[in-house]
Design a protein around this ligand. Sequence first.
Ligand SMILES: [Zn+2]
Length: 695
Amino acid sequence: MKNKYDSNEAQRSINGYPDQPEGLCLRVYTSRLIGSEADLVLHGGGNTSVKCRVTDILGEERDIIYVKGSGWDLGSIEPQGFPGLDLAYLRKLRRLESLGDEEMVNQFRTHLVNASSPNPSIETLVHAFLPHTFIDHTHADAIVTLTNTPDCEALLKKVLGEGIGILPFIMPGFPLAKAVADLYEKNPAMDCIILLNHGIFTFADEAETAYALMIDYVSRAESFLAEQNRSKTPAAALGTACPDTDIILPLLRGGMSHPDENGQTFHLHLRQNEKILAALDRADAGELLVSGVLTPDHVIRTKNYPLFLDFSHDHDEKQMARRITAEFAAYAERYDAYFQRQVADKKVERSKLDPKPRVMLIRGLGLVTSGETPKAAMIGADIAEHTIAAKISGAAVAPYQELAESSIFDMEYWSLEQAKLGKGKKPLLAGRIALVTGGGGAIACGIGRQLLAAGARVFLTDINQERLEQVRDMLAGQFGPAMVSSLVMDVADSRSVQQCFSRLIRESGGLDILVRNAGIAHVARLQDLDEKTFYKVLDVNLMGVFQVIKAATPIFTRQGTGGNIIINSSKNVFAPGEAFGAYSASKAGAHQLGKIAALELAPLKVRVNMINADAIFDDAGVSSGLWDVVGPDRMKARDLDPAGLKEYYRQRNLLKTEVLADHVGNAVVFFASNQTPTTGATLPVDGGIMAAFPR
Ligand SMILES: [Zn+2]
């Protein structure tokens, strides 16, 4: 691992924060260097600190310790990511015999310099009790690979030198802080302490030295592992073929999910690359990789064990489905037994977390992770990928030694984590995946916005990439790029639809909500209606509905968790207009298809409902494709300008109201959240037009 310290950059950091103590500026700089190495820390892992003398508002000098705050990532940390605490006070706590985690957090919060700081790291007292100015702590892959072996103390001393301190695994908190300080005081020459099954601390009075020590010790471990691996012949590959993701991923997602129609569903993340595939294709992959986490920090993200799956002996979809059901049930049984054993042993009460795997290792396919959000699934995949590499590399040295389940349980069911459960209401559509066609239009803005606001992940599709990206960018800006994606798709082309649905599955694992919103219009009286144009309108407005329902049905079937199809229909179905034959007839056909789908898909608990919206012109600068075509003709017929036309339509409805894209979005969320047992129904969103009352 390369030492990236650059004194010019360090100076730039000092200049960049003129109001902050110099030590804190340097702390920000080397913390970012550490955070930029995925082999050192991943997603908020690790923590660093600095001790500074500062003058308070009374003009008195005080020693303040700045420690990484929770919720901050070392790679992008800022000075405000380091809550400052009263160092002299924290050091007094060492006198105590014991200090519980809740009280410890309370002591941190009541001794902050800034009341609005985030909670300081749970390892704060380790940093406070050591005398050094700069302390760096990581869960470096190469270090934990060496610690997770049976005879690790001798191995660590051989690789890292006799000068290091070594501690057995102790839960982060007060006892760990005392143990680290006691160990250091026995031999103040040491500049590094290794915590078995956890990670490494390095410390010094200069930022550059503490960082250099970290890089140096980790590099020694990396070189040793590389050397050991060089002399080993690579394991033989089985040559497993890749199972069909269109089939496997929805089956897995269904297996993960709660069977109730408003039960929990997960987002999946698929990761495939040569290294992962080669690791999973080793004959000993199951033994080697189904073992505990590298460092207990990971257990919250990945659970202790991955689930290993091999479909090479399953010849059809039914066999695959049976295997998934059986393997998930066995995993849950093992998880439940672990939970029962631990609560009984420790005589504690805890709320059991869901017993489904977070990491699935699938031979021939890669790794698939599950999470309550797309981001959680992605983080799980990053951790799992590093874990696979570390275990493969460690296998060249010694068998893998996992941490005892009692310590894993302490971390997974830590009282501070348990206290967070059930707090904060889950969004209505959390864990749900939606696909919205016609994604480049005004109504899609409102539908996408409301689905995202309700917690769903949204895939927008459109044939027009430019318009599609405009809507996607707008929604991604508001809800984050992980929650909204775009896929170019032509609803009228079965191949394009199939490809698009395959990508949807690879990117998310499945589908819960299909919103058919794509449509085109053409203004012509029947005698002037050109046959080709009529077919084109039919292709998009009628065949497009058929294509997407047909493509979505196998996904709903494989998941077995119900679902919703919502068709953005039209008031024209009940109240057609002259010179609008192609549109009205195709929409009426689509409406009828929706009713047929309601009949056919009810056994799958998939509901199909229609929304009849009217006169939605634009949203956030995105025009409606329909009104781009119809508007000029209507304005001409009524001798109105665009504003006048809007007013005309507002006055036309019973409620004298303007109909907005968000109103359609609200109706979509209503159906998609199963609030009433309704299927085959039509909900007008038009301000009230008597001629278009559903009948
Ligand atoms: Zn740690």
